[in-house]
Design a protein around this ligand. Structure first.
Ligand SMILES: [Zn+2]
Length: 230
């Protein structure tokens, strides 16, 4: 039943915002539709800079209208008798806790932080060809922390062995760091499919903040003028 397009669409990711529009999770498409059908979430859709909210039924109707004018970066799922676009962003209707402050350390997150680039030779590799390297080896007291773990290709990992970079005469291409945002979310921003995540992850365009500042500066200047002439 599922077409090739549908199975690819099912592998897409959906950004989940809490009730207060703060990005809290990334979920798969099945989970996203489960949340929508269970009326636990709504679709937030970017319509040329303005955001519209849709229930599942409204989103399905909207998808029907749009089905003839699909954009190449959109994913669609064909069900038995209708077609529906995969939403990129959902908002939970009953959950307003703030996201966990610290980004959880995992193999997946380290690979994402390092952009799948071996931190010794600087080349990119698929997940399966990368291993995690303790910069200061565990045998020498190195800890499993963001600051002491990097991804390394198998060749570099073997070459380094149980030594420090200095002992192995290998140099890191960058200093490992603890990311402020989930690297998994940030990595998706390189993909044109997920451009609509940007505003939720990076916040509104800086221009807006500056405009506000200019407005308040202008109004305080006015106040001073009026005070002086009073
Ligand atoms: Zn390497």
């Amino acid at each position: 039943m599922a077409t090739a397009g549908t199975s690819e669409a099912l592998r897409a990711s959906v950004l989940v915002l809490n009730r207060l529009y703060v990005a809290v999770h990334v979920v798969g498409v099945r989970r996203a539709f489960g949340l929508l059908l269970g009326e636990l979430a709504e679709v937030i859709h970017d319509e040329e800079g303005a955001f519209a909210n849709y229930t599942f039924d409204a989103w399905r109707e909207w998808s029907e209208i749009r089905a003839d004018a699909k954009s190449p970066h959109d994913d669609w799922i064909r069900a038995v008798n209708f077609e529906i676009q995969v939403p990129r962003v959902l908002r939970l209707l009953r959950y307003d806790r703030m996201p966990r402050r610290a980004v959880r350390l995992s193999r997946h997150a380290i690979l994402a932080r390092d952009g799948n680039r071996c931190q010794y030779c600087g080349r990119r590799f698929p997940d399966a060809q990368l291993s995690l390297d303790h910069v200061i080896p565990r045998s020498l007291g190195g800890m499993s922390t963001w600051e002491n773990m990097v991804c390394a290709c198998l060749k570099c990992n073997v070459r380094k062995g149980g030594r420090t970079p200095r002992e192995a005469r290998m140099k890191l291409i960058g200093k490992p760091f603890r990311p402020k945002r989930s690297p998994l979310m940030l990595m998706k921003l390189h993909n044109p499919k997920y451009q609509s995540w940007r505003i939720w992850i990076e916040g509104p365009h800086r221009m807006d903040a500056q405009d506000d500042a200019n407005v308040s500066l202008a109004s305080s200047a006015l106040d001073d003028e009026s005070l002086r002439s009073a």
